[in-house]
Design a protein around this ligand. Sequence first.
Ligand code: ADP
Length: 469
Amino acid sequence: MYTYETLLEAITPTSGETREVFNPATGELLGRVPVQTTANVDAAIEKAVSTQASWAALPDEERQAYLNKAADAIETNAEALSELLSREQGKPLNGPGARFEGGACVAWTRVPASTPLPVEVIVDDGENYAELHYRPLGVVGVITPWNWPMLIAIWQMIPALRMGNTVVTKPSEHTTLSGLALNHIISSVLPEGVLNTVVGAGDIGTRIVESDQIDKVMFTGSTRTGKKIIEASSGNIKRLTLELGGNDAGIVLDDVDPQAIAEGLFWGAFINTGQTCAALKRLYVPDAIYDDVVNAVAELAKTMPMGIGIDEKNVLGPLQNEMQYRVVDRLVESAKASGARIVLGGNPDHDAPGYFYPTTIVADIDPKNDLVIEEQFGPVMPIIRYTDLEDAIRMANELEVGLGGSVWSSDRERAKAVAARIEAGTVWINQHGTVNPFVPFGGAKQSGYGLEFGVHGLKAVAQPQVISG
Ligand code: ADP
């Protein structure tokens, strides 16, 4: 069993070129990671190709057993992983933070490891017979972001491995230690060459995407990068699952009790300090209860401590990197300049250590303001006033993205009727952003395509094959 210190030591290179990694909460040096080139990618792909046939030849039950061992290994080392994650990503150990992410990694390993995927008999009428199998694709490339660096990698790697593919994966350059640590622990219980990790930035990712030996890419990141991946992957008609940016709308209906929904609204927006693809990023509230909703959320927000992640009392942390800090700052400044009302926060101390942006609630904001129409990806909730529900639905749908959405109401049927009209891959009722390893998850519009999780997620990393006759 590792401690944080021994885990960090195990993944720290002893030779070769390295670069420094800093703690986003303190600015302190955290560790060193390797600097790699495209030659490292080519070697990793070679390895994945050469081990794929033997991995695929194992009976499904054996792959399931290997992956359950990986879940055990993550569980045993969860505290060390969470501490490293907290120090590198910034998220607090507590709240829905680093320990929560570690626990979710175990659950999202066990479910795809054990979900049955029997052969489907499609037609069997005495005259015609057709059955549908799901075969391995070959080698799957997994390219992940920095907001949930361990969990998103698990979401993509484990189903791919279960289906008999081998994997070449690249963590974000902002959270390389987290990716290396998780993969080190998983790899320790898998046959060599099944899970292969490379590190670096976009150029390393591109090498994976362009390779004709990679059969599918699972990608979570920005819509901008997703478009580049679509173009770069065309050489061998690569399969893609793209989970891209969102700017999820929440619509509150006029029948809610503001106090009763405040906590759900808060965590829907501020989970992981707002750095979550499917977080609530713009909230539409009817005139009649507008002030009550704004005040209920603001009062609750004031009680949520933000600070250094490994301090047990905190539930909100810093932004992960300077780029994101600047985005959040720019968008709040744009709201202020337009005359929106800052109910809470909006006053970062640019000279303090770490990328801390205070919990910010912005009211009476123009629905066309940049803070509403661009994805802030930080601890800021813009609350837009509406009088006609039709306007709120129209505004929710008028952006190019459609990852998630939510409707808040005491009348479930009414909420479902509104939910059906929101253009998003998932619409939650009286909650936002909750995911479940059995429930398919994926985007609409420019938030991407392809489903993850559950049976749908297994099928997405397999080649369907019909045997007929
Ligand atoms: P963000 O802006 O949130 O960091 P990105 O989409 O830039 O999101 O990054 C997500 C992941 O995609 C990271 O691992 C990053 O290194 C990788 N990446 C960036 N550019 C490319 C590219 N052109 N091809 C493949 N991967 C890329």
